[in-house]
Design a protein around this ligand. Structure first.
Ligand code: WT7
Length: 663
């Protein structure tokens, strides 16, 4: 194992909360790092020239005339006039450069089956899928919804869409039929791609019937492609003749070479839905040239990725943006060899990830704080059983990482030596925005630290004035960036209102996160400042869960808050007023279980409230706005704060009294 090289040699968990220690990069790492300290100054001197240089990482069929057109702000155009094919950039060009035999994907199925896919094979599969989709009438600009678990076909399907200029809309496998339907309808998807069933926690479960339920009467959907995954174990899935087609039957019949067409740099690439402050999810729209440039550049510098040497593993699901940018587009554009794992981290045992790291010699590992905290709970003796010495860099994303988890990750996974990159970004930003640069930055447990070269972010007060060192406020992005969202699908006004109205005078993008500067000027993210919760790194809006609750016949009113949770970051706590009153039998355990399941079936299991409290009233202001701050006090077992702005100041007493008496 490598020598400990950090500056804080006597690091122990005890003195952590002083938050003063820094870990300088080792000289070995720095000597070979992709990033250098000069990169900041270079980007600062001429931002457009810097991004133009980054775009040269890609193959352009036609060069661009202008790096950035911001004349119609906040609608950006990057690399104006340029043309490229995104799938060609992620697959074919590596084969043409003689790397066809390099493994692109070490795929590991949950039951233990594996598949190694080379770039040449990936090229053939993507080509067949491009022909297959085209044969169904899918063309440039059409939308394809994909709800698949982590199987190779998910990645192939995304790349095939990109290849023919169709937009994919990937829907997380854990979302319910009604959540799938909302997204299919909003994007008017022509084709839906799914599977017969999936392996989850050691069991095969049929899933196709849920997709059928979702698509009943869905007008836009012409064809449903079904990937066979569980096969005999789940039997023949329900089938709609004329609509449903087996993926393998369609694709096996297609030619395995396909000529890619170059699309405009601003050609739409995908839509990905994310929760906002209202109940309706937002279809975040990303386009081609700028997005791929930022995904490739950030994957190169933040993960210090060396093609042909590293084995990279991002544990995200393709249903989230992390899977889009750091499993599919960034790594493949950079000719990575990566692990893609289908299952849960404790199937069949709690050492599954470390067994995979050891088996494939994973060098770069990127995961979420919630999983790190889960690993901590399972105990350090589990990773200790495996050889993790191949790991040379660790990443974190999705929520603020608490210093204890950061230190545990460093010690027990990174061997006390691998740099940790805490990466802040969002579905909307397309790629990483704030992160240490490995080999350059002296890292600090819990801080994402500085905007990357080429990116500009600030912490500002209510008035949009930047706060000083030691000060806190709102995180804004004050300059456009290549991977930025180009809008919300079908709703330009909502795009402007959500992101650009809060600091309209200054023209800042409002990220929705609170942040502070420390005395060195490093940024610390403090969590959402709006009605969006972060549960295990997943964004869920309070209103979305409230709407699901009130759609149940037994619920009169509901208010939902995110309460801090030691494992998931935040947990969902719901306060409900039941019809027929709290004394009713219907307010017992059974009713609460039914409500929790109801939310799971409306949105998905990830939105299931951790706790539901039945209350007689909800705290509201005179204008009728629910004061979630007060409910959060109860959910987190704190003294209830200032109640003077409530319409009825006795409400909190009523709630507390009811809860104490167990009603
Ligand atoms: C929200 C974006 C970006 C991919 C995963 C989530 C929170 C994300 C960090 C981090 C503190 C973080 C923010 C952000 N977040 N990364 N390193 N430190 N907070 O994407 O679902 O679009 O959520 O996740 O609150 O706004 P997303």
């Amino acid at each position: 194992m490598a020598e400990r090289t950090e500056s804080g040699q006597s690091a122990t968990l005890d003195n952590l909360l002083t938050e003063e220690r820094t870990f300088a990069p080792s000289q070995d790492f720095a000597a070979r790092a992709n990033a250098t300290a000069d990169t900041y100054a270079e980007a600062e001197a001429d931002r457009d020239a810097f991004w133009a240089k980054q775009a040269e990482r890609l193959h352009w069929e036609t060069g661009w005339d202008q790096v950035l057109d911001w004349s119609n702000a906040p609608f950006a155009k990057w690399f104006v006039g340029g043309k490229l094919n995104v799938a060609y950039n992620c697959v074919d060009r590596h084969v043409e450069a003689g790397h066809g035999d390099q493994i692109a994907i070490h795929w590991v199925g949950e039951p233990g089956d594996t598949r190694d896919i080379t770039y040449a094979e990936l090229q053939r599969e993507v080509s067949r899928a491009a022909h297959g989709l085209a044969s169904l009438g899918v063309g440039a600009g059409d939308r394809v919804a994909i709800q698949l678990q982590m199987v190779p076909e998910a990645i192939v399907a995304m790349l095939a869409c990109a290849r023919i200029g169709a937009l994919h809309s990937v829907v997380f496998g854990g979302f319910s039929p009604s959540a799938l339907r909302t997204r299919v309808d909003d994007a008017e998807a022509k084709v839906v791609i799914t599977s017969d069933g999936q392996y989850r926690r050691g069991k095969a479960a049929a899933t196709k019937s849920q997709v059928d339920e979702a698509l009943e009467g869905a007008e836009s959907v012409e064809k449903v492609l079904v990937v066979r995954r569980t096969g005999d174990e789940t039997g023949i899935p329900p089938w709609t003749d004329g609509r449903d087609i087996w993926w393998h039957e369609l694709m096996d019949a297609q030619p395995d070479s396909h000529t890619p067409e170059a699309f405009d740099s601003e050609h739409p690439l995908f839509i990905l839905y994310t929760s906002g402050t209202t109940g309706k999810p937002k279809g975040i729209l990303h386009t081609s040239g700028g997005y791929l440039t930022q995904a490739a550049y950030t994957h190169h510098v933040v993960f210090d990725h060396k093609p042909g040497e590293d084995v990279y593993w991002c544990t995200a699901d393709i249903g989230w943006v992390t899977g889009h940018s750091y499993i599919v587009y960034g790594p493949l554009a950079n000719r990575a060899t990566q692990v893609v794992y289908e299952g849960t981290p404790n199937t069949p045992h709690e050492g599954r990830h470390w067994e995979i790291v050891q088996r494939y010699g994973v060098t770069l590992y990127y995961t979420a704080p919630t999983l790190i905290r889960t690993f901590m709970k399972w105990g350090e003796d589990i990773p200790a059983k495996y050889d993790l010495s191949s790991l040379r860099l660790l990443g974190s994303v999705g929520e603020p990482i608490n210093p204890e988890a950061w230190m545990w990750y460093r010690e027990h996974i990174g061997g006390g030596n691998a740099p940790i990159v805490d990466t802040w970004w969002q579905t909307e930003t397309g790629g990483i925005m704030i992160s240490p640069l490995p080999g350059v930055t002296a890292t600090k447990p819990g801080s994402a630290q500085r905007p990357l070269p080429g990116i500009s972010a600030k912490v500002v007060d209510d008035q949009g004035v930047e706060v000083g060192r030691g000060g806190g406020g709102y995180l804004v992005l004050d300059k456009p960036w290549p991977g930025m969202l180009r809008g919300i699908w079908g709703d330009d006004q909502r795009y402007k209102d959500t992101y650009w109205s809060r600091f309209a005078d200054q023209g800042f993008y409002f990220a929705g996160d609170g942040a502070k500067y420390d005395d060195d000027g490093d940024i610390w993210l403090l969590g959402r400042v709006d009605d969006v919760m972060n549960v295990s790194g997943h964004r869920i809006s309070t209103t979305e869960v409230e709407s699901a609750l009130v759609s149940h016949h037994n619920v009169a009113e509901a208010a939902v808050v995110g309460a801090s949770d030691p494992t998931t970051g935040q947990g969902i706590v719901a306060f409900v007023i039941l019809r027929g009153g709290a004394d009713d039998d219907a307010s017992g355990e059974k009713a609460i279980t039914e409500l929790r399941n109801h939310v799971a079936s409306e949105i998905g299991p990830i939105a299931k409230p951790r706790q539901i409290m039945v209350v007689p009233e909800l705290p509201k202001t005179r204008s009728g706005k629910i004061m979630r701050r007060l409910l959060r006090d109860i959910a987190e077992n704190r003294e209830v704060g200032d109640v003077t702005t409530l319409a009825d100041t006795t409400v909190m007493d009523q709630i507390s009294a009811g809860l104490k008496s167990g009603k």
